[in-house]
Design a binder for this molecule. Sequence first.
Ligand SMILES: [Zn+2]
Length: 361
Amino acid sequence: MPASSYFSADYAEARSRFLAAAKAAGAQMSVYRNPARGPAGEDLTTDVAWLGPADAERVLVTISATHGAEGFCGSGAQVGWFESGLHREAPAGTALLQIHAINPYGFAWLRRVTEDNVDLNRNFIDHGATYPVNDGYEELHAAICPPEWTDAVIAQTRAVFEAYAEKHGPRGLQSAISGGQYSHADGIFFGGNAEAWSRQTLLAIFAKLLSRARHVAVVDYHTGLGPRGYGERICVHAPDSDSLARAGQWYDDDITSPFLGSSSSVELFGVNLTAMEEALPHARMTGIALEYGTLPTEQVKLALRADNWLHVHGKVDSPKGRAIKGQIREAFYQDADDWKQMIWDRAVETQRLALAGLAAS
Ligand SMILES: [Zn+2]
């Protein structure tokens, strides 16, 4: 089967493909219903497949759609893993846990965020404590999220960002915009003011299925950052931790760290992988975000701002709304065979290394 055949055109197709492939592979399924509905009024669910002994000490976990619209990529890898038969490579005693569409709302609606406009990968923070302050975002929010969305406004706001980058450097601008913020619920990269449904669901899945695990590998699939088709293994384990050292061994040092400045991602607040590791005190977790490039960063940011404008000020079901949704789809998914092949090859290489790492643990 060509790699391109594993990828779906929308959330509904991805879901049914995943359910069918998991069932054919003999996986045990569980389902978590999201409170929101899809664009056609359809149910939105996170579907969970477990394949292997119930008491497996070693588990490979894959996650798709942490950032909704990025789910095309992760779903393709998950469906492909079953359909190609690669799940049979897991050594005896090792289980596979595939979590499909942890943010089903964002996947179905072509949004990066959850039903609460929350960036799930900034939401894993203590919401009872004082939130971190992102001064750069505060300064730029009005330019990031203008009330009008026209070519003239886009040009004006670009000048604001260029001036900011002049003063703080390109990485300073990236941190300001995408590092995360907790003060503008109508803004972008908003980490939320409460635990999102998707966060609670992810941790519930971990509590239910990983209480007996001793060695856990996590591959969390993302898109939208870095060179087109390239899969960067971003590791957010602490700089001098055993976990980071272990990840380096597993992946032949082909990993990057936002803390060490080697990643295309800046340091973020409230990331999911850190919370997953904390949720597994009885296990050793080795986690990465596998981040694939799509379009140049400028275009991705523009699409995100347009989509934010659309949901705050515009109408999704309109010519402009449909055009913006097209932009979002392109920003997080490249509907091209060469891109899908690159996604698949790197996914296979990565998950095989994770299985080998687990086996050696
Ligand atoms: Zn992402």
